[in-house]
Ligand binder design. Structure first.
Ligand code: IMP
Length: 197
């Protein structure tokens, strides 16, 4: 028998673009994504954990505990091997304030001319559905360039070259990034899980 049950999931983000983007992706699943504002939540949810996964779980648990809703959250960051996984969970504020240029400069200064430049973007999605937690992870492996190149994307895109390409995320078309990115891979896993509910 075909199940007609629909699920409403609250996305733990203040970014309205992310809500409409994910609703478009999840169109053919039994899920509708709503914002925190839709449930009357304007809280600045704490992100105080030492790992990307920890922060994703913290945000989803916060909403679930306070509002008893099905919900999910997403957290991402860049991990550079020669910097022992930095900036990692500190990616957004690595140089002190949310400035992408300063963050990239700090990474390039710390790396100097080190030959080992392997890195990865990681996204973790934490879903809480019917009180059960599910984690989905997307990883995009690559290397850090010696200097920025390209103006596309955001954050560390101009210094990150994904494996298999000779261009940075800042130079590649958005469609290419959106196909191979850490975020795309994590969302695809969430999609696969929700589609068979
Ligand atoms: P968020 O958890 O998605 O807000 O990501 C945290 C930080 O990681 C961002 O502020 C960026 O500095 C960095 N970041 C995450 N995803 C990307 C990406 O796709 N390109 C470049 N930087 C990213």
């Amino acid at each position: 028998m075909i199940s007609l049950k629909r699920y409403q999931l609250v996305f733990a983000t203040a970014n309205a673009n992310k809500i409409s983007e994910i609703n478009a992706i999840l169109m053919f699943t039994p899920v509708t994504v709503v914002s925190m504002a839709d449930i009357g939540c304007t809280d600045d949810i704490p992100e105080t954990q030492p790992t990307i996964q920890g922060n994703a779980i913290q945000k989803a648990e916060y909403l679930h505990q306070k509002y008893q809703v099905d919900c999910f959250s997403e957290d991402s960051g860049l991990e550079i091997d020669a910097l022992k996984g930095e900036p990692g969970v500190h990616s957004a504020y690595y140089a002190g304030n949310r400035d992408a240029q300063q963050n990239m400069n700090l990474v390039l200064t710390k790396l100097g001319r080190k030959r080992k430049r392997t890195a990865r973007f990681r996204t973790v999605i934490a879903l809480i559905l019917d009180g059960k937690q599910h984690l989905f992870e997307g990883i995009c492996e690559g290397t850090i360039r010696l200097k920025p190149s390209g103006t596309g994307g955001f954050g560390y895109d101009p210094i990150f070259q994904p494996n298999g390409f000779d261009k940075t995320f800042g130079e590649l078309p958005a469609e290419t990034k959106n196909r191979i990115s850490h975020r795309a891979k994590a969302v695809q896993q969430l999609y696969d899980f929700l589609q068979v509910l």
